[in-house]
Design a protein around this ligand. Sequence first.
Ligand code: IPD
Ligand code: CA
Ligand code: CA
Ligand code: CA
Length: 263
Amino acid sequence: MLNYEMIFENAKNWTKEAGENLRESLKQAIEVEFKTSASDLVTKKDREIEQLFAQKINEIYPSHMILGEEGTVASQDYVFAESEVWVIDPIDGTTNFVNQKMNFAISVAFYDKGQPVIGIIYDPIKDELFSALKGHGAYLNDERIESLKACKLQEALISVNSLWTIPNEKIEEKKLFPIVENARGIRYIGSAALEIAWIAVGRLDAYIDFRLSPWDIGAGIVILRELGGEATTLEGHEIDMTNTSTTLFSRPGLSAEIRSYLA
Ligand code: IPD
Ligand code: CA
Ligand code: CA
Ligand code: CA
C-alpha cells in the first residue's frame, strides 16, 4: 500500500527546493536554446530541474515512472493506467522565465494507475505553493483554500491562450468571440499551471487552451477538482493524460455556459 501522505510531503519539499534553485538562477544570465521554433524555448534549468526530480524519485521510489516535458528520463515502457506515474513540468512558462523572470511555475503531479492523487504547483517568485492530496483539501501555502462557488460568464475573468486571435486548427476563432464579448474580461498569463492554480484561488474563473500536454495540467487537475472545479476537454470530455488535448478549466457550472457558445 502506497503512503500518499509521505509522497505528498516529499514532493512538496522537492518542489520548494527546485523553486529556490530557479529563484537563485535568475541572478545570472539564462542560456536559451530553441526547440521546434524560435518561440519554443528551453533552458539548461528546464533539464536540470527535471533531472533533480528524477534522481530523487529513482532513489526513493525506484518502481515509479516519470513523465516529464524535457524527456530527460531514460525511455520507459509502461502503461499509464497501470502504473505509478510522476507527471512533471520542471518550468511551466519557460518564455516567461526567460523574458519576464516571473509568472512561471514548477508543476508536479502523482497519478496512481491513472487516478489523479497529488497536485503541486509552485510559483517561486511569489513563493506561492498550491497543493492538493485527493480527499484532503487544497492549500495555498499553509492556508486551506475554500471550495469554489459557481459564477456566470458576465462576472468571470477568462484566461484564453492568445492563439484565439489567429486562425486555429482546433477551433474556429469566431466561436470564441461571444465568450470574449460576454465575459467580464480576458487574461492570459502564459503558464498553464498558474492559470489553473489561479482559478483555484479565484483570481481567474476559467481557462481555455487548445493544445496542452499532460505535464502542463496534471497537477492543476488534482487541485481544481479537489475544490469542486471542472477540468475537461473543450468538448466536455475526460482529458486523456497520455496525449495532448484541448482544455477547459473552470469554477463549477461555468464550463457548461462557455461550451454553450462553442457548440
Ligand atoms: C507552455 C505554457 C503555455 C501554454 C503552452 C505550454 P512550457 O508550457 O504552459 O502557457 O500555452 O501550450 O506549452 O513550454 O512553457 O512549459
Ligand atoms: Ca516547453
Ligand atoms: Ca508546460
Ligand atoms: Ca516546461
